[in-house]
Design a protein around this ligand. Structure first.
Ligand code: MLT
Length: 389
């Protein structure tokens, strides 16, 4: 028996597991201290009423023989695919139903999609970025090249014609920096991908935070994207589905064999998202659902503004928070990322995410999330001001 030795090339544990372990240890030895978590991007507001009503109804259907459902279509029920199709149409993107695949979240599909590609592809990943892109490729033994994101390019790296890549990851609005590509910049990436015969894996998990109509929420808003891009989206941040699990992946038919290969992969390795969850997801796209989730998104945006205003007051350099739930800041007093993590936990009982966990260019930076409760965010910022104000 041979094990996959590529795992030896990974960090010992996944970033957010390492943080959770450190925080749990701190709480164990300081049981009287109130820790405020602004680390992992996990939502805190409950599911909206339109969703819970739909979930309840679907549960009842499952308890009655005539409406009970067993295995569903692996690609998702048509009612949800049609709802997703309508959502894209609203943003002026036309999709065919069989280009839409319902998933249990963007993270799983971002890993699973790699089944479609050989190990000899060169992967291009921005640094810093969501660690799943790098780790899933390391697990498969692929070569990963990095493109630098930094203050100089406003954390929006652009393609370098001298670098050859086969698979390119783009996350916009970006996790962790909150930076968003405009249409012209994305077009440059699309042209680069087409001229390299490469594929863009576009993660749009934070699209619902975009508040400027001119910024693209889907890569397919830009000409040429259907010839080179697969898009991943999720209801986790959009509608609080981090625990409920539902997302969608778009594999355009223009991509030749890839659409059929994905069908083959999913029908073999995946049995679909539960019917009950898909009914809840369908409700997100209803008129009522859209109204209700906007209230929640605005609540998080208010938190983001509060964090940003506090950092401004303290004279701390930062970006993000405008079209994204994340605020990306430079660690005060030239501290390193993990040093600042420990300092903040120890002195203010605030948990954030060390920038270096997202790549070498993240060293010296730190990410705060706006997904906490308003009250906790206010308290955290008061503690922050006491130290750095
Ligand atoms: C994050 O904090 O970066 C996200 O919660 C991770 C995820 O969505 O898996």
């Amino acid at each position: 028996m041979n094990i996959n030795t590529n795992y030896d090339n990974l960090e010992q544990s996944y970033l957010f597991s390492t943080i959770a372990k450190k925080v749990n240890e701190y709480i164990k030895s300081n049981p009287d201290k109130k820790v405020i978590r602004l680390g992992i991007g996990d939502v805190t507001l409950p599911l909206c009423k339109a969703v819970t009503d739909a979930l309840h109804k679907a549960v009842d259907e499952m308890g009655v023989q005539s409406t009970f459902r067993g295995y569903g279509p692996e690609q998702g029920y048509d009612f949800l695919r049609e709802a997703v199709q309508g959502y894209y149409k609203y943003h002026s993107v036309d999709l065919e139903l069989d280009e839409i695949f319902i998933s249990d979240g963007a993270k799983s599909d971002l890993g699973n999609i790699l089944d479609l590609f050989g190990t000899d592809n060169t992967i291009l990943v921005p640094d810093p970025v969501y660690p799943v892109y790098v780790d899933t490729n390391i697990m498969a033994g692929r070569e990963v090249k990095f493109v630098d994101a930094n203050q100089g390019n406003e954390f929006l790296p652009m393609p370098d014609k001298n670098v050859k890549a086969d698979i390119i990851y783009i996350c916009s609005p970006n996790n962790p920096t909150g930076a968003v590509y405009d249409k012209a910049k994305l077009k440059e990436w699309i042209d680069y991908a087409i001229s390299n015969e490469a594929i863009i894996l576009f993660d749009s998990a934070y699209e619902c935070f975009i508040s400027d109509e001119t910024l693209p929420r889907s890569i397919y808003e830009i000409e040429g994207a259907k010839d080179c891009a697969i898009e991943f989206c999720s209801l986790s941040k959009t509608a609080g589905f981090t625990g409920t699990r539902c997302g969608y992946t778009i594999v355009p038919k223009n991509l030749g064999k890839l659409n059929k290969m994905w069908v083959r992969r999913q029908t073999t390795k995946f049995n679909g998202v539960p019917y009950i969850v898909q009914r809840g997801a369908e409700a997100v796209f209803s008129e009522e659902g859209q109204k209700e989730i906007k209230i929640n998104i605005n609540y998080y945006k208010q938190n983001a503004k509060l964090i940003s205003d506090t950092l401004k007051e303290c004279g701390i350099w930062h970006v993000g928070g405008k079209h994204s739930p994340y605020i990306w800041l430079k660690c005060p007093n030239s501290m390193k990322s993990w040093e600042f993590f420990d300092y903040l936990l120890e002195n203010a009982q605030i948990v954030g995410t060390p920038g270096s966990g997202f790549g070498k260019n993240g060293e010296g930076y730190f990410r705060l999330t706006s997904f906490g409760s308003y009250e906790n965010t206010v308290e955290a910022m008061e503690r922050f001001k006491k130290i750095f104000g």
